[in-house]
Write a protein that binds this ligand. Sequence first.
Ligand code: S3P
Length: 427
Amino acid sequence: MIQSIKRAKSFQGTVTVPGDKSISHRALMFGAMARGETRIANLAPGKDVQSTLQCIENLGISVEADDKGIHIRGAGLKGFHPPQSALNAGNSGTTMRLLAGILAAQPFTSMITGDASLSRRPMDRIIVPLSQMGAHIEAQPGGTAPLKIHGKDLHPIHYHSSVASAQVKSCVLLAGLHTRGVTSVTEPAISRDHTERILREFGASVTQNDLTVSVEGPAQLQGIPISVPGDISAAAFFMIAACLVPDADIRIRDVGINPTRTGILSSLERMGCMINLNNKRKAGGEPVADLMIRSSRLRGSVIEGDIIPQLVDEIPVLAIAALFAEGTTRVKDAGELRVKETDRIAALEKNIRLMGGEIDTFDDGFSITGPQKLKGATLDSFGDHRIAMAFAVAGLLADGETIIRNAECAEISHPGFYHDLRVLSYV
Ligand code: S3P
């Protein structure tokens, strides 16, 4: 699909973003591992979460939908059935890496595959700790998917991860729930903590001590109702469009503001963005608010160190903000961007240059000096939803028409994204 975007004169209105993708994956998987019923309201509608849903159905879990949401009848920690066919994680790293932690402890062998992008992404980061716990996993040369997972009786470990990754942390903790004893993960910086929060709600014993998280197994999880807040990573595209388009004033309703995800709010505030958080409350163990954002004069900023895991998915669209900010924005310590759905640093460089912009890139980040002028161009999404959506925002600010090829990948996380963008934009 090809998507055309034109410059916006103003950006006004109220928008609701889809349910949080990270929380939705976990609600489905933990509901499947629990005893009893888990009801999920506002499950993320994107393709990634559909991949998780199909995988758990393929493992014999009954999932039903009605007008209130999704109902899962959990099977208990070891109640999964051997899958009829290979489990397909599609484009979703969270599906593959978290599910691998569960499958490694099952009394059967399973195969998990992904699309071309996921089949290039590093899986040794989960194969190493799961093997230390006693699992036997066959991967492709280079440690990539498809993975053949021979489930075993696992033992607890204390794993020191070299990357701050919630996917790695969650994989090891989920495997740890099946062992007898305490499994711990120490990270170099704090990554998103949805696994810890939701597992506690399901009745697991989870403790946190500085950069170390521990779970105690074997766990007895009990199904619960979960209401998924709006996805701050989906909200980021609208937030930055509102900062940059003249005469903008928008409200984004019911957005999750978990402190391990709000690096985008603090960075944008530091850059001079006018954001107000209204109606702060708690929903399903997670803090939620309505965000009000107006056109703002931005200044450049340095984004590095421990904040990176707290805004890692928002960096592509933050680069668009940097193009229009006064002064230099430097992003460092973000080498993980090279191994996301595409190499996001390379994708930013290609598309920004095609729009006539300038960016210096490094192994672990980039530097952009603004403000710059962009011209409409024909760009590729590289099959990456966050690249497609970041450059749709750039298109609102560029002269002439911007064409995004392979734009349909936005459906990975936000079906209806272009429609929602159009509704707020006055061209
Ligand atoms: C996610 C964790 C992050 C993030 C991804 C979702 C999760 O990946 O980029 O979009 O749901 O745990 P890493 O943990 O690999 O950094």
